[in-house]
Design a protein around this ligand. Structure first.
Ligand code: CU
Length: 137
């Protein structure tokens, strides 16, 4: 009965090389692979709200689908961002400086409270793909 939480990857790292302009807004409607697998929320552990805002992004071939674009989030909302990709990469939530390692086929989850108002990109560092922009406020 050993509980292992893969939180070791959530190191707060201040990076400075990720402020470039990545080619985003690829409006190609070529998303045919959409596995409808929504994992049920884990039993709450002293959480006031069930789940807050759940966001899910899938990345295949460098293209992001799912909750992409600009996503409005109320200030103070708990956000659970799940990213699933087909290649190893690194998820970075700007503004909050949260990172999560992304392994092929294994969903990476980043949880945080959206308590910083503003618009923040979430990107992959390996490919520079912008997954979405959080609009907190
Ligand atoms: Cu970044």
């Amino acid at each position: 009965m050993t509980r292992r939480l893969a939180l070791a990857a959530l190191a707060v790292v201040a990076l400075s090389g990720c402020a470039g302009t990545a080619p985003s807004d690829a409006g190609a409607p070529s998303a045919t692979a959409a596995p409808s697998s929504a994992p049920p929320p884990a039993p709450s552990s002293a959480a006031p709200t069930p789940a807050g805002r759940a966001l899910a992004v899938q990345v295949a071939g460098g293209r992001a689908t799912g909750d992409t674009g600009r996503v409005p989030v109320p200030l103070g909302e708990q956000v659970t961002l799940t990213v699933t990709g087909d290649a190893a990469d690194e998820v970075h939530v700007h503004g909050y400086d949260l990172e999560a390692a992304l392994a092929p086929g294994t969903p990476a989850t980043v949880r945080f409270t959206a308590d910083i108002p503003g618009v923040f990109e979430v990107e992959l560092h390996g490919t520079g793909t912008v997954l979405l922009s959080l609009q907190v406020g």
